[in-house]
Design a protein around this ligand. Structure first.
Ligand SMILES: CC(C)(COP(=O)(O)OP(=O)(O)OC[C@H]1O[C@@H](n2cnc3c(N)ncnc32)[C@H](O)[C@@H]1OP(=O)(O)O)[C@@H](O)C(=O)NCCC(=O)NCCS
Length: 162
C-alpha cells in the first residue's frame, strides 16, 4: 500500500472508491465540485498495485487562522480495517503541517479521529453549521492562535444536495 497525491488519471477511480465506501454518490459529487472550484488543497490516494483503494481530501476553510477541513475520507469496503484510513489521515496531517496550516477541522467519529489527536474540546469555541459533538480540530505547529471564532467550509459544502 502506497500513498501519493492524486493525479488527473486517478479522478474516475477516486469517484468509484468514494461511492463504494459511502454507498451513494453525494460525497463523490462533493469531491468533484471541490476540485472544480480549486479547493482540493490536499487530495491523496492509497494504492495497491495500480488500484486506488482509498482517498482523502482536505479543503481550505475560512477561519481566524490558516485551516483545512478534512472530508471526505474513504476506503473501499473490502480494504477497510487494515490501517489504510489511518495512513491517509496521517499523511494528510504531515502534508498540512509542512504547508504551515495551523489546524485541521473534521466532522466525524471522535473515537476514530481522536487517535490522530483531533479534539472535540478544542473545537467548541468555533461556530459553524457543523458545530456539535462530532466537530473536532487538530492544532498544527503548537497551540491554536485563537480558541474561538467563526469557521466555514469551502463553498461546495453549502450545496443543498449534500
Ligand atoms: C472510516 C474509514 C475511512 C476507515 O478506514 P479504514 O481503512 O477501515 O480505517 P483503519 O483501518 O485505519 O482504522 C481502523 C480502526 O478504525 C475503526 N473503524 C474503521 N472503520 C470502522 C467502521 N466502519 N466502523 C467502526 N469502526 C471503524 C476501528 O476501530 C478500526 O480499528 P480495529 O480494526 O482495530 O477495530 C472507512 O471505514 C470508510 O471508508 N467508511 C465509509 C466512509 C466514511 O464513513 N468515512 C468517514 C467519514 S468522512
Amino acid at each position: 500500500m502506497f500513498i501519493r497525491n492524486e493525479t488527473i488519471a486517478d479522478i474516475v477511480n477516486i469517484a468509484a472508491v468514494i461511492e463504494r465506501a459511502f454507498g451513494r454518490a453525494d460525497e463523490a459529487r462533493l469531491v468533484e465540485r471541490l476540485r472544480n472550484d480549486g479547493d482540493a488543497a490536499i487530495s491523496l490516494v492509497a494504492t495497491s498495485g495500480d488500484a486506488v483503494v482509498g482517498h482523502v481530501l482536505l479543503s481550505p476553510m475560512s477561519a481566524p487562522f490558516r485551516a483545512l477541513g478534512l472530508a471526505p475520507l474513504s476506503v473501499l469496503p473490502q480494504w477497510q480495517r487494515r490501517g489504510i484510513g489511518s495512513a491517509l489521515v496521517k499523511s494528510a496531517v504531515q502534508r498540512a503541517r509542512a504547508q504551515e496550516y495551523r489546524a485541521i477541522f473534521v466532522l466525524g467519529d471522535p473515537d476514530y479521529y481522536g487517535r490522530f489527536g483531533f479534539r472535540t474540546d478544542l473545537a467548541v469555541g468555533f461556530s459553524s453549521p457543523y458545530a456539535g459533538p462530532h466537530f473536532m480540530v487538530l492544532p498544527l505547529g503548537g497551540a491554536l492562535p485563537v480558541v474561538r471564532g467563526r469557521v466555514q467550509y469551502a463553498a461546495a459544502f453549502a450545496n443543498p444536495n449534500l
